[in-house]
Design a protein around this ligand. Structure first.
Ligand code: ISL
Ligand code: CA
Length: 596
């Protein structure tokens, strides 16, 4: 039997009013994340670069996005794929130079695209001049005060200053003499330094005035070069609790088990009423109130420039009411909604997290920043195809490898397309991760010897880590490295499955994932969805497994039920994640229809 419409007219519960009049561009923008290493290789060395990006910018216009965000391209020893910066005012030679950046950004602006770059203020590389100076200068020096150096505990300082663990695994402290022989004068350097990530990523001391001043100057350096905004890495981590108290939780990457009170991003994807599903970091190293003062000061810097420049927070913070504090009027403009990203594929769970997101952001007058995939998580096309997805653990694993349960590829793609349509119909801004418009999956069988994510080794090879979602993109099915580079080189191996998701194959097929994305992005613009409103149509269907909301003149319906859902006769279909069968919306399908 198929599910049907209720006979009474649908009652709407209005959650979010439309934004009136002209608004800043970031309120409704669709922003495309370019992962520079993996987008396009312009010089054949197998690593993506700025020249490659410039050459492929037309694709972003064809797709129909408003802006691009580039993951870090700064000078870096690449111990964490560039999230370990040794000079914030230089481009790493593997990506090009400042002229290549200017060329890329000029072309992007000519094409009408805004450019957001990544800023990494929580930590530097151990190759940064400041850190080298700190090691040289020794305990008590002004140079050491820029970082988090402390004496150890125990009789001879042999124990770390506290029990914090690195997000990437292992202790969050390294003792200086474990790495450097700086006891020339016969005195051992027994201070420890804090690194919430890799040993090569020392945390900065944000109580230090010089650190604060320098980052404002870095903002200006890039604002002067025309960037439209910054994505702020680990935006919830810069300020640590006074006294650096011990913490009984463990720390880690996103992980599929829910465990209250842990710093780990552990979630089974079931949100509470406030939107929390365990997908946030907590503990004395995260989300301290003092961090907001920094963003207020950055807001003032941004204000001095024209054109509504924007800051977007990468903050794994829950509940959503805490996350909303980052986007108060005098702070940042956007904050990635990771509670949404980590929510399982389930009608009630989706409805709960969407409601909480919009409600909490409305309190501070900010748009919600929707996202389903990025360079740190299993791509949603793969994630949603994993077995036992609704039961928990496999929902948000830290990577998938050959020995793990493999995804159902067809189911994953079906659900991912529905999830994307459901997301893009919502008011607010949305981020896409390069390749998702082709249905690009993770490489879930990458041999371990290729892995480069520092978390893989630091976790004792117990989790695959993030390399699977970072594989270079496929552009031309029949070219070497699927057109990623001219030489066939590729810094991570591409699986055979990438042939079907190559851009040229996708663009030639009118029924492809690419054309679905392109069509929906066009509709989103035409119907002013991003600045629109959200009203749940409570009685749209007789089953709670079918959820429907109205945004302006568009109704978005997602069917999570096992049975097909029959649309009203004559319903005008604007877009559908899968073709309808006899006018009915199948299981795991999302449709956009025109409201009567
Ligand atoms: O575990 C998390 C997400 O899976 C978060 O706790 C954590 O905040 C996140 O991993 C931070 O990521 C960012 O900073 C890292 C870098 O490796 C990531 O690529 C970047 O997105 C360190 O700079
Ligand atoms: Ca290259």
């Amino acid at each position: 039997m198929s599910l049907s419409l209720t006979t009474t007219s649908p009652a709407a519960s209005i959650l979010h009013p439309a934004t009136e009049g002209a608004a800043e561009w970031w309120r409704n923008a669709v922003i495309y994340q370019v992962y520079p290493r993996s987008f396009a290789d312009g010089n054949g060395d197998g690593i993506g670069d700025l020249k490659g990006i410039t050459e492929r910018l037309d694709h972003l216009v064809d797709l129909g996005v408003d802006a691009l965000w580039l993951s870090p391209f700064y000078k870096s020893p690449q111990a964490d794929a560039g999230y370990d910066v040794s000079d914030y005012r230089q481009i790493d030679p593997i990506f090009g130079d400042l002229d290549d950046f200017a060329e890329m950004s000029t072309k992007a602006h000519k094409l009408g695209l805004k450019v957001i770059i990544d800023l990494v203020p929580n930590h530097t590389s151990d190759d940064h001049a400041w850190f080298k100076e700190a090691i040289e200068a020794g305990p008590g020096s002004a140079a050491r005060d820029r970082y988090m150096f402390r004496e150890g505990k125990g009789e001879n300082g042999e124990l770390p200053p506290n029990n914090w663990q690195s997000i990437f695994g292992g202790p969050a402290w390294t003792r200086v003499d474990q790495r450097w022989n700086v006891d020339a004068d016969g005195v051992k350097d027994t201070e420890w330094y804090l690194h919430m990530f890799d040993t090569r990523q020392p945390d900065l001391n944000w109580q230090n005035e010089e650190v604060r001043e320098d980052f404002k100057s870095i903002l200006r350096f890039w604002l002067d070069r025309g960037v439209d905004g910054f994505r702020i890495d680990v935006a919830h981590g810069m300020v640590k609790a006074e006294g650096l108290p011990d913490w009984d939780g463990t720390t880690g990457m996103v992980d599929g088990t829910k465990d209250e009170g842990k710093t780990q991003v552990q979630t089974d994807g079931t949100p509470d009423e406030d939107g929390s599903n365990g997908g946030g970091n907590s503990g004395p190293m995260f989300d301290q109130d003092g961090v907001h003062e920094i963003y207020r000061s950055w807001h003032e810097v941004m204000e001095q420039y024209d054109g509504d420049r924007a800051l977007v927070a990468e903050a794994w913070v829950e509940p959503l009411s805490r996350l909303a504090l980052y986007v108060r009027e005098d702070e940042m403009q956007q904050a990635f909604n990771f509670s949404f990203l980590t929510t399982k594929w389930d009608a009630a769970a989706m409805r709960t997290v969407i409601s909480a997101s919009v409600r909490e952001n409305d309190v501070v007058g900010a748009p919600t920043t929707w996202v389903l995939s990025n360079h740190d998580v299993v791509r949603h096309v793969t994630r949603l195809g994993l077995p036992a997805v609704v039961e928990g653990r496999e929902m948000n694993p830290n990577g998938v490898r050959a020995t793990d349960p493999q995804p159902d590829v067809e189911l994953g793609l079906r659900r991912a397309k529905a999830a994307t349509l459901q997301m893009l119909g919502l008011p607010g801004s949305a981020y896409l991760y390069n390749g998702e418009e082709f249905g690009t999956p993770d490489h879930t069988e990458m041999p371990d010897e290729y892995r480069q994510d520092p978390a893989f080794e630091r976790k004792g090879r117990t989790e695959a880590g993030r390399d699977g979602c970072r594989v270079p993109l496929a552009w031309e099915a029949d070219k070497p490295a699927y057109g990623f580079s001219t030489t066939g080189k590729s810094w991570l191996p591409q699986p055979e499955t990438y042939r079907a998701v190559a851009a040229d194959v996708q663009k030639a097929d009118p029924n492809s994932t690419f054309h679905l994305y392109k069509n929906v992005l066009r509709l989103r613009r035409e119907h002013n969805i991003g600045l629109g409103s959200l009203a749940w149509l409570d009685d749209f269907a007789s089953s709670t497994e079918v959820i429907a909301y109205q945004n302006g003149d568009v109704i978005v319906v997602t069917n999570f039920a096992d049975a097909p859902f029959a649309l009203p006769a004559g319903a005008e279909i604007l877009a559908s994640s899968e073709p309808l069968v006899d006018g009915a919306v199948g299981t795991d399908v999302c449709v956009w229809i025109k409201s009567a």
